[in-house]
Each structure stands twice: as C-alpha cells, then as structure tokens.
Ligand binder design. Structure first.
Ligand code: RB5
Length: 152
C-alpha cells in the first residue's frame, strides 16, 4: 500500500505513562510490519511529565529525519498542546477512524495524537494505519494549512 510519508525514515513515537501500554502495542504492530521507528519513551509506567516526550518527538519530526510522529497520553491533549508549539508541527488528536482520515486529508497532520484512556488498542492500531496511508487532499485545504504557522 502506498504511503504519502517516506517510510524509509523512522516514525518518531512517544508517550507518557498513561499512553505506555498503547505505545508498546503500536510498536509491536510496527515491528510486525517491518516499519522503522524510534521510541522516544517513556519506557516504564512510572508517572512522568508528557512534555518531556512530546517535545523530542516534535523536534524529531520537524528535523525532517523522521517520516511522521505518534504521541500518546491519557487524553492526547497534553501531548498535542505541547507538540503544536513547534512551528511546523500539525499534531492532531484522533479518537475514531474517520477523524484519522480527515486530519490527513484536510489538515496534512504530521503527528497523530491518541487518547489512550479513551480508545482501545485495536482502534489505536486501526487509526495509525489510516493515518499512515491517507494522502493530504491539497486544493482548498492547502491555503488553509499554509496559514497555520505563526510568522517568525
Ligand atoms: C496523566 O495523568 C494525564 O494527565 C496525561 O496523560 C494527559 O491526559 C494530559 O493531557
């Protein structure tokens, strides 16, 4: 299946403690498919601060050395708010298959943010697959996306 992302580059993935189990589940899925990734942590279920993982994943995606990003926390809001502080990041919270498609088609999202306390692991995996293989539609959405970043 064709992906709009360059999957020869690793996916950057990270979570806090609330997203840890879902992160490990998504990592198993990526390993099973032979898709490269880098795990930015957290590496245990001990309580941590989500910005310590969201910033490195956002920086990795912004650097161009990674295909896209995956972030997880309890609600996905903490990681999304943090990642979206980065100028060229469009981090989108997804809680259903159609949203995962729309954030790619309309918003050209480059990080999928998953609320681990509110979606099942199978749904998280399904949303990741949809996100990974859905193209940005461009057209009228391009002018909107081009207005998102603040002037520097
Ligand atoms: C952790 O308890 C929780 O606050 C965090 O995972 C996230 O939901 C914050 O937005």
């Amino acid at each position: 299946m064709h992906s709009p992302f360059d999957l020869s580059k690793p996916i950057a993935i990270g979570s806090d403690h609330a997203g840890y189990d879902h992160k490990e589940s998504l990592i198993s899925f990526l390993e099973g498919k032979g898709i490269p990734f880098k795990d930015f942590g957290t590496h245990t279920k001990d309580s941590v601060d989500y910005p310590d993982f969201a910033h490195p994943v956002a920086e990795a995606v912004e650097s161009g050395g990674y295909s896209f990003g995956i972030l997880l926390c309890g609600t996905a809001n903490g990681v999304a708010i943090t990642a979206n502080k980065h100028q060229n990041i469009r981090a989108a919270i997804c809680w259903g298959e159609e949203i995962a498609s729309l954030v790619r088609r309309h918003n050209d999202a480059n990080i999928i943010c998953i609320p681990a306390r509110f979606v099942s692991e199978p749904l998280a995996e399904k949303m990741l697959q949809i996100f990974m293989y859905t193209e940005f539609e461009g057209g009228r959405h391009s002018s909107r996306v081009n207005k998102i970043a603040c002037a520097v």
